[in-house]
Design a protein around this ligand. Structure first.
Ligand code: CP
Ligand code: NVA
Length: 311
């Protein structure tokens, strides 16, 4: 993985995912062993949208590996307005070792990666959120490392989080189902790529409209907000359309016994997930959030140094 970009879950092979999980487990158990991993190096963190988890975990992650995180909020660079995206990339590569970017348009990430000789990490775009998917599946891996033992269902919008999770689950070899309302399915190209990867890994991919069918008997049920950042003006219409997809006790009762409840956060309590489920005994939402730190540290180490000698 050394020198590569992480823009999509599809940038990783099954071997990459397994090695990243093993490295993340090692970093979680023994963070001190990686305290000098980014010593003398800096990472630019470009954010066009708000963030709690992603910003804090990347800043803390770079710092605890001995490096300097440089946070660049939208007001400071106005990507593509004050300066062309390719020029931002061609400047940053002269000074720092990594670019981490949260953008509205995935195309901006692609342009940045095409113009920077240093690794670019997708910290969320309109199309994907691969760091989230790594943390989510690592949260399952910590409980049972065999992907074939996991059947998970995503209910709600076929958005960036759903796409990255579907692709990552298919790559890893898990059994993935999603339920999305008509008009809100994952893009056809992403679904086709997930099916292609599942055929290679031994995983499966199912796409449903009915949330009850999708969650029947599964070991984990995942949801995300109904209106993503940038879609706020569609919120009222989406609330009506997505209401049957709420992750509540009734829906969870159709899943397997003790099924985990998952959410990438931030959650809109009482909308896509109820308090009862989010604060319930099988909720792992804060484990997912914690694991963002560990998987991203593993990913940064992998992209800057490779993982040989680590796992
Ligand atoms: N899950 C996630 O990416 O959270 P933030 O938007 O707070 O970074
Ligand atoms: N789908 C959400 C995820 C937030 C982490 C969004 O894009 O706003």
């Amino acid at each position: 993985m050394k020198g590569k970009d992480l823009l999509s879950s599809a940038d990783l092979s099954r071997d990459d995912v397994e090695r990243l999980f093993r490295a993340a487990a090692l970093m979680k158990a023994h963070p001190e062993r990686f305290a000098g991993s980014l010593s003398g190096k800096s990472a630019a963190l470009i954010f066009e949208k708000p963030s709690l988890r992603t910003r804090v975990t990347f800043e803390a992650g770079v710092f605890t590996m001995g490096g300097l995180p440089i946070y660049l909020p939208h007001e400071e660079h106005h990507l593509g307005e004050r300066e062309a995206v390719r020029d931002v990339a061609r400047n940053l590569e002269r000074w720092v070792s990594l670019i981490v970017a949260r953008v509205f348009s995935h195309q901006v990430l692609v342009e940045m990666a095409d113009n920077a000789r240093i690794p670019v990490i997708n910290a969320l775009s309109d199309a994907e959120h691969p760091c989230q998917a790594l943390a989510d599946l690592f949260t399952l891996y910590e409980r049972r490392s065999d992907p074939a033992s996991w059947t998970l269902a995503f209910v709600g919008d076929g958005n960036n989080v759903c796409v990255s999770l579907m692709l990552m689950a298919a790559t890893w070899g898990a059994h993935f189902r999603c339920a999305n309302p008509e008009g809100y399915r994952v893009p056809a190209a992403a679904e086709a790529e997930a099916r292609r990867r599942a055929a290679l890994s031994g995983g499966t991919v199912e796409v449903h409209v009915d949330p009850v069918k999708a969650v029947a008997g599964v070991a984990a049920v995942y949801t995300d907000v109904w209106a993503s950042m940038g879609q706020e003006d569609e919120a009222a219409q989406r609330e009506r359309i997505f209401a049957p997809y709420q992750l509540n006790a009734a829906l969870l009762s159709h899943a397997g016994r003790g099924a985990l409840a998952m959410h990438c956060l931030p959650a809109h309590r009482g909308m896509e997930i109820t308090d009862e489920v989010m604060d319930g005994p099988t909720s792992v939402v804060y484990d997912q959030a914690e694991n963002r730190l560990h998987v991203q540290k593993a990913a940064m180490h992998a992209l800057v140094h490779g993982l040989s000698g680590v796992v």
